[in-house]
Design a protein around this ligand. Sequence first.
Ligand SMILES: Cc1cc2nc3c(=O)[nH]c(=O)nc-3n(C[C@H](O)[C@H](O)[C@H](O)COP(=O)(O)OP(=O)(O)OC[C@H]3O[C@@H](n4cnc5c(N)ncnc54)[C@H](O)[C@@H]3O)c2cc1C
Length: 150
Amino acid sequence: MAQLATGLTVLTAPGARIHGMTANAFTSVSLDPPLVLCCVSHTARMHAAIKEAGCFAVSMLGADQEELARYFADKRRPTGAAQFDTVDWVAGPHTGAPLLSGSLAWLECEVTEDYAGGDHSIFVGRVLSSLRITRQRALVFYNGGFHRVA
Ligand SMILES: Cc1cc2nc3c(=O)[nH]c(=O)nc-3n(C[C@H](O)[C@H](O)[C@H](O)COP(=O)(O)OP(=O)(O)OC[C@H]3O[C@@H](n4cnc5c(N)ncnc54)[C@H](O)[C@@H]3O)c2cc1C
């Protein structure tokens, strides 16, 4: 899988377990209705956060957001709302989940299905809103490293 170049997202969930996590296991599923999916490890705090909230938001990362991708993949970051203290964000109008400023695009999703997938869960989300923010270059993960679309 390291040979498959992917985009990068930060998934976020609102509420009592407000949380964010870097994820590249994210893709579109259906156009009508608009569905996407993300795969989240059972052991990640993000798993319980999405389960409890029943929704999640997606910030698609741009070329200059590698630092954010690294931060939200680092288990030493603060927990709860404190992890967003050093990050610019706004609350999603539909879910309240953090949407990271400077991203390429945002989605807000309501979880419609939750499938078992080995040590991950596959959360299918119905897209409640989508917004393209900027047209800057994308951040890409490939062969274990961060890259930018030329
Ligand atoms: C490019 C990239 C893409 C990624 N894509 C995905 C993805 O699609 N789906 C996905 O689920 N993850 C993905 N990850 C991993 C994920 O971003 C990190 O594991 C992140 O820290 C999980 O956040 P969390 O707070 O939800 O879980 P955390 O609480 O940070 O836990 C993460 C892992 O660390 C372990 N852990 C936590 N605390 C400790 C501790 N004190 N000592 C030892 N181990 C500990 C947990 O058991 C768990 O396995 C990706 C990471 C990168 C860099």
